[in-house]
Design a protein around this ligand. Sequence first.
Ligand SMILES: C[S@@+](CC[C@H](N)C(=O)[O-])C[C@H]1O[C@@H](n2cnc3c(N)ncnc32)[C@H](O)[C@@H]1O
Length: 285
Amino acid sequence: MQLSHDAFLAICRIVHDLCGIVIAADKQYLIKSRLEPVLHKNHLPSYEALVERLKLPNSLTIQDQIVEAITTKETSFNRDSHPFEELKRSILPELAARLFERKMSTGLAYPRCRIWCAAVATGQEAYSLAMTISDFVAARPMGGLSIDDFPILATDISQQALAVARDGQYTAAELGRGIGAEQREKYLKPKDGAWVIQPAIRRMVEFRRINLVHPLPDLGTFDLILCRNILIYFDETLRRRLCQNFYSALNPKGLLMIGAAESLYGVSDAFKLEHFGRTVVYRKP
Ligand SMILES: C[S@@+](CC[C@H](N)C(=O)[O-])C[C@H]1O[C@@H](n2cnc3c(N)ncnc32)[C@H](O)[C@@H]1O
């Protein structure tokens, strides 16, 4: 179907408003390949008709269809591997020490170390975290720690991705991307030709729909936030706003992890950049 320059620009603006994603000026093919099925599904004869349709008040369903079509849910278990190795080696010990400090200083019931995994896609990132935490806790039987001390909130804009994540069921090919035999034996069970996350790991994660473009609901505060491989899709204004939101949502000394190919250079100087081995982490002072 023909995509005029004006319709392309209008759709780029709509996509940006809906989910913050910036479509480059030479990516007409991307709009065509991803949105043509939305046009067919809604019996719309042209991209201009789509733009007009979106001006109508009852356009929530079609907006969701656009978000689903345009978002890239690429992910894998233990993505980039070194952040998860560093979590086990140095980041989780630091967070565990902070838990004890809090307990000693407040004298209150055991406070928890909350983790937010923003833009989690189909769940692999949150479950990788949960498995890493479980290994960490199991390696310290006398440490007074439990996996319940590390609840994970995992959010995404995509309802389809969240449905897969909540289901916690993956194909052998998906496991092949990042899960070793040891983790598979410990944390997944075969079911109907696929693999299901064990209930104890599943229970560590709460999945919730959150659009990072919108003002954040009150989520409480966190000791660790992961927001990996999404900032690259956003413009500088949104990246700045998100960094402010993450800063506000972190406890003092809290840590922000972004994607291996991403940087906060020129976006935020509120955080202190630290290297944990090969992993770059941003700390709230
Ligand atoms: C490339 S995946 C990254 C997944 C995971 N963090 C990782 O690194 O493997 C990007 C995810 O961001 C989500 N996303 C895109 N725009 C979003 C928004 N405005 N708010 C929340 N999530 C968004 C997409 O649905 C997608 O699941």
